[in-house]
Design a protein around this ligand. Structure first.
Ligand code: 5AD
Ligand code: SF4
Length: 444
């Protein structure tokens, strides 16, 4: 270890998706290997990195004000924060623009440049680098691996299986910020999971913009799942996100057959109107989406769904929006993430007039959320008395003697009573549901 980094502690704030959560632990791993320490709070950190998200305008605004806030804490001597860095999608999208004017971060590293971070930090600490180095641009060969100890044992360990996206949904900035789809080799994925299992992990969540589009040589996503199923000691495999177009009958049947692959599908519909889906370039129709849902229900016992919806896409009429509500009623998602359309510079949709007024977007979002809440209340109430097998995750903070647990189909459960260890599988009876968490008691 050289002197300049002795005792230097790094804090990373993570915004946006799970992919960023994974990258954050990979960055911690890369920096730890170079001798950098870790700080739990930005106030105690010498280096604060913001791992950012560009998917909506609001997310970017929050991060820009966070940079200002950190600079102000530093000025007032309330935080060391000698180096403030921006990583992730905003770094990639805005690059030099982030540091222009001298009021931005001290360092910018895009999503494929994290292996440069130790050198960049070393150089800044030696006072040898440009005022604010900017490393951006996509590369083919980069697959950082998060160290297995980065996650608490028995919660789901994130494993990114590819980077980027080859779809071109017209509203989405991700193909630009994350670049084209590049696969992590199956052997690397397996080695990573072996490492997790060796540290006591039993569950993984495979991550990617479209994991269902994974392809390495002849191996597609169904084939990868089959291979990962054979890993001894691994008990559950979850995955995020699935594109409806890749949810083929073959993949659905594979998920149904495999014992370790969990029956929970995150399949964003984005809209229930064919006209809007066409303008979004989602490449499926409402009918095809619903046929995929029906096939999954037919073949995968106890399957649950979650999804994403965008309201107020350019040209979305009230009739289009009603079609979305009807679709949501038909699918009956366990969990729905709904967003107001946010125009992203440079995307194809940015050429369309953003013509749904803000107050209409707001009303539609509220109505959609109310419909989803009613669906969930109904769905959840119907589970009282059901018998499930849950995996215990950890002792719950309250009430005393209760445990956080999860079903294979991703329902959260608060388990009252019994003496358990994280990772235990317990048979329970559902006694009720509070918000998104079921209450249950162990049975023999
Ligand atoms: N505006 C609003 N929501 C968006 N998403 C992606 N791009 C936008 C945008 N421009 C949503 C989609 C996607 C989720 C991750 O974010 O629903 O599935
Ligand atoms: Fe964006 Fe569409 Fe790719 Fe998802 S599939 S990351 S929404 S372009």
């Amino acid at each position: 270890m050289t002197d300049e980094r002795a005792g230097v502690r790094v804090h990373i704030e993570t915004y946006g998706c799970q992919m960023n959560a994974y990258d954050t632990s990979a960055i911690h791993g890369l920096l730890a290997a170079r001798g950098y320490g870790r700080a739990e709070s930005p106030l105690e950190a010498d280096v604060v990195l913001l791992n950012t998200c560009s998917v909506r305008d609001l997310a970017e605004h929050k991060i820009l004000s966070r940079i200002g806030e950190l600079r102000s804490l530093r000025r007032r001597g309330l935080a060391a924060a000698d180096i403030i860095g921006v990583c992730g999608c905003m770094a990639e999208r805005l690059g030099d623009g982030l540091v222009a004017g001298g009021r931005g971060p001290d360092l910018v590293a895009g999503v494929d440049q994290y292996d440069q971070l130790p050198d960049l930090l070393d150089a800044i600490l030696r006072g040898e680098s440009a005022p604010a180095p900017v490393a951006v641009g996509h590369r083919d060969d980069v697959h950082y691996v998060a160290p297995p100890e980065a996650y608490p044992t028995n919660n789901s360990h994130l494993v990114t299986i590819h980077k980027g996206c080859d779809y071109r949904c017209t509203y989405c900035i991700v193909p630009e910020t994350r670049g084209p789809q590049r696969e992590k080799a199956p052997l690397l994925i397996e080695a990573e999971i072996h490492g997790i299992v060796a540290r006591g992990g039993r569950e993984v969540t495979l991550l990617g913009q479209n994991v269902t589009a994974y392809r390495s040589g002849d191996l597609d996503f169904a084939g990868l799942l089959r291979r990962l199923e054979t890993i001894d000691g691994l008990e559950r495999i979850r995955f995020l996100t699935g594109h409806p177009c890749d949810m083929t009958d073959d993949l659905i049947r594979t998920i149904a057959e495999l014992g370790k692959t969990c029956p929970w599908l995150h399949v964003p519909a984005q809209s229930g109107s064919d006209a809007v889906l066409r303008r979004m370039k989602r490449l499926y129709t409402r009918e095809r989406y619903l046929a995929m849902i029906a096939a999954a229900r037919r073949w995968i016992p106890d399957v649950t769904f979650s999804g994403d919806i965008i309201v107020g896409f350019p040209g979305e009429t009230d009739a289009d929006f009603r079609r979305t509500l009807e679709l949501v009623e038909e699918v009956r998602y366990d969990l729905l993430f709904s967003f107001k359309y946010s125009e992203r510079p440079g995307t194809p949709a940015a050429k369309l007039p953003d013509d749904v007024p803000p107050e209409v977007k707001k009303e539609r979002l509220a109505e959609l959320m109310a419909v989803q809440d009613a669906i969930w209340d109904d769905l959840a109430a119907a589970q009282t008395g059901a018998v499930w097998e849950v995996a215990v995750e950890a002792a719950a903070r309250r009430p005393a003697g209760s445990w956080r647990a999860r079903t294979p189909n991703n329902r959260k459960v608060l388990l009252h009573g019994g003496d358990h260890r994280p990772g235990d599988l317990v048979r329970v009876r559902v006694t009720g549901c509070e918000a998104s968490t079921f209450e249950a008691e162990p049975i023999n």
